[in-house]
Design a protein around this ligand. Structure first.
Ligand code: GP9
Ligand code: MN
Length: 615
């Protein structure tokens, strides 16, 4: 009896801390990360998956004696809590979990700080509750001080390992292929726990680094064969139509298709774009294909017709690669190539990646007059941005290829009252409510830009590629979204369809415009622009195909492996019939899913292996 009592004294503080930490993580899973489960087994997994890492991390305290040991217990709880907390903040913004590459994007942290205060909640203090209790227990001398016994550390480590193995086995039964589908981060967290997920992610990242070392020139052959197999001939009517013209690319921040040709309280949300669409080719089944790299991912796709990474931002991880980018190709064709964006040049590591893409010029924040009056939220207001860009544009050699990246319609969608041209929505989501006025404002700024281009005589000699960079309203706002869309609920299928972003090709003076319903994505922009310019793309390493090609296949794959064709949609493990949204057998999606997986795999191979250095 005395023995048991002694053992209990040794472990009780440790056990209490482990218990608190697991409870806290579970509560956070449910209420912070809103993780849903389908059955009781999944629920149990969710409850116990924090256990192995908690036992191990807090068990490190057994390497110490006395007061230090007790303090280490608190420190390790705090450490794990910090991991939870940073994930929580990230999740509130991106509906996603942190990855190692994202963590190293520290240069973005400063710029994000404005948004961070928006993301904090008073209830976050709850995260510190157990730590405070543990600390009080120590201060009140209610925890006995123990001397170190090496065996104990071995015991807890073995316990942690066994718990983990049992956890993993159950998870594999529940979710076959769990570890091969590492792009599904929620699934990983749900099954092996958030801390273990971070360890696993670290392992995957280091592996991808190794791939470059082992790649050689023969690897590119497979990619080129795939390209030739999937190459689609251009539409002869449009091939070369833009030759010699300026190309103006407008990357519109967080613009989704659901606002196009829609009204809020009777007012058009995007009146200018709606008019422009009538005079353009408009693609209404066009998807963004970005992941954690957001705007930078969209830039990567457009410049290379390669897919971005499934985690982190390729702009950070692979800026040292060799690329055969659109700006580089256009430079060779005598174009002057530039980007205009009023933000720090190092944001998203743009300065490095733009050098790799061989842009002639990056007009960053230093080229703009940015002050308190003309800024809001993330920086220079779109209207001022466009106005000031006109001068820069006028001074460029012609023909030019220039990309503009807007900023005002960025989370948390701040806008001064005087710039509100439409009211806020009145749902439970402040984010969605505020989205409409900033979208309306961006539309207004665009209208102004077009007027100015006409005044300066640039409009007629240019063609325009206009698209939304990625979603602006995350999955966290489903309820508000269902109110706006007047639906009972937002299903997984709806959520996927919400990943559509507007895409316009506007050719001044062109008459055969129409709304096109091709299933397509950002990956298709590069070959489209090249064909409009009369450039051959057959032997180029790219994965998209010309949006105007008569031979186009109705297919697009999103970076999370979801695929869309004209007949079916596959997302989150379920296959739907397009016609009526009914769940159907996986067989209906199988071919497209495989095609999508191949595309992503080959594209990753190009990036991780830095294969374009052999091209
Ligand atoms: C930052 C701007 C926004 O310069 O492009 O980036 P995002 O957060 O949308 O990726
Ligand atoms: Mn963006």
């Amino acid at each position: 009896m005395a023995k048991i009592k002694a053992a209990y004294d040794h472990y009780k503080f440790f056990l209490l801390a482990v218990f608190f930490l697991c409870m806290k993580t579970y509560i956070l899973y449910k209420f912070g990360f809103k993780i849903k489960t389908d059955n009781i087994l999944q629920e149990i997994l969710l409850m116990v998956n924090p256990l192995s890492s908690a036992v191990f991390l807090i068990g490190l305290s057994f390497l110490f004696s006395g007061l230090t040991r007790n303090i280490i217990v608190v420190v390790m709880s705090l450490f794990t809590t910090a991991i939870l907390f940073f994930n929580l903040l990230y999740f509130r913004f991106f509906s996603d979990f942190l990855t190692w590459p994202v963590l190293f994007q520290t240069s973005n942290a400063k710029d994000l700080s404005g948004s961070v205060t928006e993301l904090l909640k008073f209830t976050d203090l709850f995260l510190l509750m157990d730590i405070i209790i543990l600390a009080i227990l120590i201060v009140m001398k209610m925890i006995p001080q123990q001397t170190q016994v090496k065996r104990q550390f071995v015991y807890v480590s073995l316990a942690a390992l066994s718990i983990f193995l049992v956890n993993l086995t159950i998870a594999q039964v529940e979710r076959p292929q769990l570890l091969t589908r590492s792009f599904d981060r929620e699934m990983l967290v749900k099954n092996i726990g958030i801390v273990n997920y971070h360890v696993y992610d670290g392992y995957i990242q280091s592996q991808s680094k190794a791939q470059r070392v082992f790649a050689d020139s023969s690897d590119i052959t497979e990619i080129l064969d795939h390209r030739i197999e999937n190459y689609k001939e251009p539409d002869p009517e449009l091939f070369g139509i833009a030759e010699g013209k300026n190309i103006i690319v407008l990357s519109l921040e967080s613009l989704q298709s659901f606002v196009i040709n829609e009204t809020l309280f009777g007012e058009e949300i995007t009146p200018f774009l709606n008019e422009l669409i009538k005079d353009s080719y408009y693609f209404d089944q066009f998807y963004h294909q970005t992941e954690q790299g957001k705007t930078s991912d969209s830039e990567f796709i457009v410049a290379n017709s390669l897919y971005p990474r499934d985690s982190g931002a390729v702009f950070f991880t692979h800026a040292g690669n060799e690329y055969h980018s659109l700006p580089e190709i256009l430079n060779e064709e005598g174009y002057y190539t530039s980007v205009m964006h009023a933000n720090n040049k190092s944001f998203w590591n743009r300065d490095m990646m733009y050098t790799a893409f061989e842009y002639d010029q990056f007009f960053d924040i230093n080229y703009y007059d940015v002050n308190e009056e003309n800024s809001i939220g993330w920086g220079l207001k779109d209207l001022d941005f466009f106005e000031q860009s006109i001068q820069l544009l006028k001074e460029q050699p012609k023909p030019f290829y220039s990309k503009f990246i807007t900023l005002t319609n960025h989370f948390p969608f701040e806008l001064e009252e005087e710039d509100h041209l439409i009211s806020e929505f009145d749902s439970n989501s402040r984010t969605l409510n505020r989205y409409f006025p900033t979208v309306r404002y961006m539309d207004y700024a665009l209208e102004h830009f077009f007027e100015r281009l006409k005044e300066e005589g640039i409009y007629e000699e240019s063609i325009f590629i206009i698209y939304g960079d990625h979603y602006g309203i995350s999955e966290n706002h489903k309820r508000a979204m269902s109110l706006f869309l007047e639906k009972d609920e937002i299903t997984d299928l709806d959520q996927l369809q919400l990943q559509r972003v507007p895409m316009l090709v506007h050719i001044p003076g062109h008459k055969q415009n129409e709304i096109k319903h091709n299933v397509s994505g950002q990956i298709d922009i590069k070959p489209t622009i090249m064909h409009l310019l009369g450039l051959n793309t057959k032997n180029d390493v790219q994965f998209g195909s010309d949006l105007f090609s008569p031979e186009r296949e109705e297919f697009t794959v999103l970076r999370d492996g979801s695929v869309i064709t004209d007949k079916a949609v596959y997302t989150k493990g379920t296959c739907y019939r397009k016609m009526d949204g009914l769940e159907v057998s996986q067989l209906n999606c199988q071919e497209a899913v495989e095609k999508g997986a191949t595309e992503l795999r080959l594209s990753d191979k190009v990036i991780y292996g830095d294969l374009l250095r052999f091209y």
